[in-house]
Design a protein around this ligand. Structure first.
Ligand SMILES: Nc1ncnc2c1ncn2[C@@H]1O[C@H](COP(=O)(O)OP(=O)(O)OP(=O)(O)O)[C@@H](O)[C@H]1O
Length: 244
C-alpha cells in the first residue's frame, strides 16, 4: 500500500480515563506544510508526542516514509529524520547561541571543529549571526524560536514538528520567523507540521490543515477551507466547543 510521507492510522491515546486522541488519521504530504488546529486540550501536543515517540498510542499505527514506526524509540525516529520544537523553548541560558547549536551537534558525535563549522551554517540560516556569541538567556522569544530551529536543523530533519510557532513572539518579529520557516521548506526540502493558533499566520504558511476537537479530527482540507469552516470559525471567534 502506497502511504503518504507521514501517516497516523486511527491513533488513539488514552491517559487512564482521559482519551486525548481518538481514532486520529492524519496524512502529511512530503514537501507541504500541514497545520494542526484546535482549542486548548484538543490533543495537538499529544499528536506531536505520538509522532515523535514521546507517547505510545493505545491503539493505531504511525507510519513515516512508509515504515511502521509505532513502536520505535524517540531516538530512532530522530535518526530517521523526525525533529520537533516545543511550545516553551528550552535553550541552555548560560551558553551562547553558537554553543547551544554545538551541543545539539555534539549529540550526533561530530568533532568540535565540524560542530563549529556546521553550527555557523545553521546560525546563518536562521539569521542569528549577530547574536552568535550572546548567551541564549538574553534572546527575545522570537530569537529563541529561531535558535530552536537552528538546533533542530542539527539533526538533519526531513520532517519538522513545530509547536506553537509564533506563541509569545512579539508581532514585529513574526515575519522574519515565518520567513525562516518558509525557507526550511523551500531551500532545505523539509516537510513541516505546525501547531499554531494565529489564523493569519497559518493562511500565509500552511497548505493543508487538520482541525481537532476533543481528540478527534473534525475538519480537514486546504488551510483556506478549514479556516472558512463554520465549526472552526465558531471556535476561533467564540472559543465555544464544537461538540457543545
Ligand atoms: N500525560 C498526560 N496525562 C494525563 N492527561 C494528559 C496528558 N497529556 C495530555 N493529557 C490530556 O489530554 C488532553 C489533550 O491534551 P494536549 O496537551 O494534547 O492538548 P493541546 O491541544 O495540545 O492543548 P493546548 O492547546 O492547551 O496545548 C487534555 O485533556 C490533557 O489534559
Amino acid at each position: 500500500m502506497q502511504r503518504n510521507f507521514l501517516e497516523t492510522d486511527r491513533v488513539t491515546v488514552a491517559f487512564g480515563g482521559i482519551v486525548a486522541l481518538k481514532d486520529v488519521s492524519l496524512s502529511v504530504v512530503q514537501g507541504k506544510t500541514t497545520a494542526i488546529l484546535g482549542p486548548n486540550g484538543a490533543g495537538k501536543t499529544t499528536l506531536f508526542n505520538a509522532v515523535a515517540g514521546a507517547v505510545r498510542p493505545t491503539s493505531g499505527k504511525v507510519y513515516f516514509q512508509g515504515a511502521d514506526i509505532t513502536n520505535a524509540s524517540p531516538s530512532r525516529r530522530c535518526h530517521a529524520g523526525i525533529a520537533r520544537t516545543f511550545q516553551i523553548t528550552q535553550p541552555f541560558g548560560g551558553l551562547s547561541v553558537r554553543e547551544n547549536v554545538m551541543v545539539a551537534l555534539a549529540a550526533r558525535g561530530v568533532t568540535m571543529k565540524e560542530a563549529r563549522a556546521e553550527a555557523s551554517t545553521y546560525i546563518d540560516f536562521v539569521g542569528l549571526n549577530a547574536k552568535a556569541e550572546d548567551p541564549a538567556r538574553i534572546l527575545s522569544t522570537g530569537q529563541r524560536k529561531r535558535l530552536e530551529l537552528a538546533r533542530a536543523l542539527s539533526t538533519h530533519p526531513k520532517l519538522l514538528l513545530l509547536d506553537e510557532v509564533t506563541g509569545g513572539v512579539d508581532r514585529p518579529s513574526i515575519p522574519e520567523l515565518l520567513d525562516v520557516i518558509r525557507r526550511l521548506r523551500e531551500e532545505r526540502g523539509i516537510t513541516i507540521v505546525v501547531v499554531e493558533h494565529n489564523m493569519e499566520v497559518l493562511l500565509g504558511l500552511a497548505d493543508n490543515a487538520f482541525f481537532l476537537n476533543r481528540g478527534e479530527v473534525v475538519v480537514t482540507g486546504s488551510v483556506e477551507e478549514v479556516a472558512d469552516h463554520e465549526a472552526v470559525r465558531r471556535i476561533y471567534l467564540g472559543d465555544a466547543d464544537v461538540a457543545a
